[in-house]
Design a protein around this ligand. Sequence first.
Ligand code: JD8
Length: 245
Amino acid sequence: MTFDIVTIFPAMVEAALAVGVVGRGIERGLVEVAVHDLREFTTDRHRSVDDVPYGGGPGMVMKPEPIFKALDAIEARRGRAQTTVLLTSPQGARFTQAEARRLSGREHVVLLCGRYEGVDERVRSRVDEEVSIGDYVLSGGELPALVVLDAVARWVPGVVGDEQSVADDSFSRGLLDYPHYTRPAEIGSANVPEVLLSGNHAEIRRWRKRESLARTLARRPELLETAALDDEERRLLVELQKGKP
Ligand code: JD8
C-alpha cells in the first residue's frame, strides 16, 4: 500500500514515520510513504503557500495552485493506481476504526495536510473524503494525517506482527481492552490477579472478557449498543448489569 503526504512540514511527518510499528512496516516494504514538501510546488520567489482570505477576516488560507500541482505530480507518478485523496479537517466526517479498515483496502491514499485557517474551498473538488480525528482544535493537518496513516497501516497484512491482534484491538471489537500485567507478581501490596497466574486458560479468557465488558460498561457504555458480542459476553454483560462482581 502506498501513501503520499503533502505538507509544509515534511520534517515533522518524516520523524514520526521513522519509528515504531509503521516505521518497521515501511522498512520492510509493506507500506510505502512519500512525503512531499508543498513549497516545492510553488512558482513565486517567496514560495508562498498561503494568502489573505477573500472577504477579509483573520488568518490566512492555503493557496489552491501549489496543492493542485502537487496532486497532478503525485497522480502522474502513481499512474493507474486506484487513488483516494483524503483531506484532514475539523469539518470532516469522524475518522473511525471501521474507516481505517476500509481505507486499508485501497492501493494508494493521498493525505493532504492543511495549516492556517485551512485550504481554499476549490481544493475540495479534488478531494474524495474529508475526515476529522476528533472534536478538539489542532493547529494543522499533519498530526491527523499521521493518525490516519497509523490506523490504516496497521490493517496492512504483516505490519502488525500478529494478524489476530489487529482484529482483537479494542475498537475493532467494539469493546475496551482488559487490564494487562507483567512481572513482578507482587509490587508492594499491589498483586497481579490470581487467575492470571493460574495457568487456567479458559478461566483467563473469561476473566478478560468480563473485565473488558465491565470497563466498557463503566467508561463507554454507548459502545455496547453496537459491539458484536458472543453468547458468553452477552451473559457476562447481563450479570454485570445486575451489579454482580
Ligand atoms: C486540518 C488547519 C487549523 C482549523 C483555525 C485552528 C483534523 N480533529 C481536528 N482538529 N483540528 C484539525 C485540523 C486543524 C487544521 C487543519 C485539521 C488545517 N487547521 C485551523 C480551523 C480553525 N485553525 C483536525 N482532522
